[in-house]
Design a protein around this ligand. Sequence first.
Ligand SMILES: [Zn+2]
Length: 457
Amino acid sequence: MKQHICLKKRILSETAGAVLRALVFTLAAVLLSPALRLSVHAKNLVIVIDPGHGGENEGAIYDGYTEKEMTLIVARAMKEELEKCEGVEVWLTRESDVDMKIIDRAAFAAQKNADFLFCLHFNTSENRNYYGAEVWVPSKGEYYARGYSFAQLEMQELTGLGLYSRGIKTRLDKLGNDYYGILRYCSREGVPSALIEHCHLDHEKDKPFYQQSQEQLREFGRLDARAAARYFGLSSDFPEMDFGGYGAPQTDVPAQSVKPDRTPPQLCRIKSAQVSEETGEITVCVEAQDAESYILYYGYSLDGGETYSPLEEWPRPQAWNQSAKEHTFTITAPFDRELQLCVKVFNGFDLDTRSETLSIPSIPDPERIRRQEQSDREKALQEAQKGYREIHYGDELQKAEDDFLSLSGLNTGQLGAAIGLILLLILVLSFVMARMIFLLIKPLSTKLLRAKGNKKQ
Ligand SMILES: [Zn+2]
């Protein structure tokens, strides 16, 4: 009996120990987990996916692509992927092409007791000049911290795919509340949330990420699911995913709401511009800075700011939210035109600052110079040919003379000697003839004189 009591005591103390251990374990899980709700109902994580737009609210339309259709494809793939994980319940705010008020989407998430709402979108820009992915997060407290922690993983996935990171940001309305209704209402309903703008539909740089096949949209969904799985430390057998021991990045809970950068970059200056006369290339070194955010894009103008080049990525080698102070790039400038060079830089919130304008003297076109030289050479050659022909025809007489000489087998010296000889011969002959005439005339004249003398006598 005594032994029985002891056994009972032991069982009781062991049970108490087990209960205590379970309590300690649960408490530790609650304290250590990045997602509070997840640990509360560890076996039943609830994820709500919100495919942006629907019904009459079509969202962005570009090149035959409609945002409301795209977000639904991505959402379905994300759901399918997440449902493969253990202990996860996944809901879509809309299963078909229906319009749904934003406030109702947040209410739906709250009704499902969601641990997170992921809102899916695709972007376009007014001037069709922006590209890349961005994640918008709630601006306040715990909702900011959770949104930001998830957004870092999401951005890792998107940039891993090759997209340019426009950043993780907050946006406020005039009253200082979250600008995006879905984030504002979700926070009000007690549901952490994030809004993913996967890429820009209207930019050449982003088209390869969604225009090749519909499979790319499903890939976006799988990618979103992977980011969520990493955030919640989920695992699945197929596809083999194990983020069980994965520590999601921790974000400090901000004391005040996190405000967006509302001022343009403080600095944008052309440090140097070196011109290559041979290639017409201008190597430009620009200094730019934005203390509140980071430099995202740059573009240059050669006509004093009338028109700009497509925007290029400004380097951020340290971290996505820290831009380099300086960037050097090369422009292939048009020849034979005086240029008015200026540069524009954009910060993470699409606010821009323009540099001073630099006058660059016209760079002579080497090709034009080459053509000119060739044309000059051709002209000179033509002149020379013309001159040659003139000389050639002027020589016709000489040629006839030469022909005669060659025919007679004499050269100029020999001809001179021959002519001299002939002249001498003529002279001698003339003398002989004159002498003969004299001799002939002399007796005749003597006779005549004599006859004259006789007559006188
Ligand atoms: Zn949208």
